[in-house]
Design a protein around this ligand. Structure first.
Ligand code: GLN
Length: 486
């Protein structure tokens, strides 16, 4: 059977086009890989084999009739936070148990219009709050490279599915690193688009000023393709921008001549794991060999990013999650005596501990008397962080650094210590606060066999640049560092 664990979306498209494989075989191979491996990995929350095969047969039929789409017959796994019509959407929370999405998110609709197939939902931290996927209300997901380790989060199911060969590509969301960090921990490519690049319509909101949808893939070329299809303005999301979508694939070249890449001083500090630092330094050398000019830059407000992020994200979450009250969506607690009692019981039983912690924190920082001290200050810091990046991008095209200060850690190691967990987001949250784009590309392995990710940050709507850097780097390394945990 076809080894879906090794091929990219681009290669699968070629196989389909040449008639060397049918979409039905491709979907059957994905289902077989899930059946074989997911007992251990736990990447999926839900899979509809029958409907996946039905969509595949329709794709094969459409192809025979001469219809073409850029993703005709390609199955894509979806984080359980994005609406796919007729599929459950639980956000890995008990409070959305039983909820079935009534419509397609715009990102999904655009991929579907190109022939993509949707058959599975991937695990995540509840409402995307977390960095290890251990906050899912339903199951943990294990890192395919070493099942004692976390896959990262919150899009850990999507990253693990791609790394374990249980999906060719997957969608995730990134509010503070949730695409880039699991991609780094699992050895796949993860792209967080600039704020406003991809419509958020049909995405369950966590922090609306930070959230973005993006792809997790096996190659940078695949990420470019998926982004190109999903990107662009949407009347259903007023925060999406109507900026023309470039041909991202055309920006991919094999060298980095004429590009200036900045190394933010604050991303190379004590606290970064020695093996991560070694991999990043080697990656920088590779970029230099490819013709890039390396310059030093500074992002002086980096140290305030975590504090600012965890105030703004929780404040927005406390408002966004108010809608889960037992009236309109999913779960409702039994035995209530009046409506207020029903809301309280539903939310007490429906939300997990991390989500409750954040709703309480977010409500607190927005409350009268504390608003100025916390929320308003955090917004001011956010502006300073954005300006740091604007200044840096005056002297360079993109920035290089680690995605995470450490490789994947052991299951259970941080989940009891929220502050420790939050601090791991230090290099990813600044991009969300600033609205810029970021890419995670595999750049090596630790001695114990865990992947390390190189982060490439680019200016707002500068995805062409980071994709070019990521692709040239990946080609120079022959895709080494990437692959599957099997
Ligand atoms: N780890 C961060 C958080 O817990 C980011 C999560 C995300 O990007 N969704 O908020």
């Amino acid at each position: 059977m076809l080894d879906v664990g090794r091929i990219s979306v681009t290669q699968a498209c070629e196989l389909l086009e040449r008639g060397e494989c049918a979409a039905e075989e491709l979907v059957a191979a994905v289902v077989a890989a899930v059946r074989e491996r997911d007992v251990g990995v736990g990447a999926y929350l839900w899979l509809d084999e029958e409907d996946g095969l039905r969509q595949a047969r329709l794709a094969d039929e459409a192809r025979r009739e001469g219809w073409r789409g850029r993703l005709l017959g390609i199955p894509i796994a979806v984080k359980d936070i994005l609406n796919v019509r007729g599929h459950p959407c639980t956000c890995a929370s008990k409070i959305l148990r039983g909820y079935v999405a009534p419509y397609d998110a715009t990102a999904i609709a655009r991929l579907r219009a190109e022939g993509a197939i949707f058959l599975g939902r991937t695990n995540m931290d509840e409402f995307a709050m977390g960095s290890s996927t251990e906050n899912s209300a339903f199951q943990i997901t294990r890192n395919p490279w070493n099942q004692e380790f976390v896959p990262g989060g919150s899009s850990g199911g999507s990253a693990a599915a791609v790394a374990a060969g249980e999906a060719l590509a997957a969608l995730g969301t990134d509010t503070g690193g949730s695409i880039r960090q699991p991609a780094a921990f699992c050895g796949c490519v993860g792209l967080k688009p600039s704020y406003g690049r991809v419509s958020r319509y049909g995405l369950t909101a966590y922090a609306s000023s930070l959230d973005q949808i993006g792809p997790l893939t096996r190659t940078v070329r695949d990420a470019a393709l998926l982004l190109e299809i999903m990107a662009g303005g949407d009347p259903m999301d007023a925060t999406s921008l109507n900026v023309p979508v470039p041909n991202y694939a055309a920006a991919l070249k094999d060298d980095l001549k004429g590009l200036r890449l900045g190394l933010p001083r604050e991303y190379f500090v004590a606290g970064v794991d020695a093996e991560v630092e070694r991999c990043i330094r080697e990656a920088i050398d590779t970029c230099q060999d490819l013709g890039a000019e390396i310059v030093d830059v500074s992002l002086p407000h980096t140290e305030y990013a975590i504090a600012s992020y965890y105030i703004i994200a929780t404040a927005e979450a406390s408002a966004n999650l108010a809608r889960f009250d037992g009236v309109r969506y999913g779960f409702r607690a039994e035995g209530a005596t009046d409506p207020l009692d029903m809301y309280c019981r539903t939310r007490a039983a429906g939300f997990g501990p991390e989500v409750k912690r954040r709703i309480i924190l977010g409500t607190y920082v927005l409350s009268s008397g504390y608003y100025d001290a916390y929320y308003l200050s955090a917004q001011k810091v956010r502006t300073l962080i954005r300006r740091d990046f604007e200044k840096a991008f005056e002297v360079c095209d993109a920035l290089l650094g680690p995605v995470s200060p450490t490789p994947a850690y052991r299951l259970g190691e941080r989940v009891g210590d929220p502050l420790q967990m939050y601090l791991g987001d230090i290099f990813t949250v600044p991009a969300n606060l600033a609205g810029i784009c970021g890419l995670s590309v595999p750049c090596g392995m630790t001695a114990s066999g865990l992947p390390v990710g190189l982060q490439v940050l680019g200016p707002a709507f500068g995805e062409e640049k980071i994709l070019r850097v990521g692709h040239a780097f990946e080609s120079a390394r022959n895709g080494q560092g990437r692959g599957t945990g099997f």
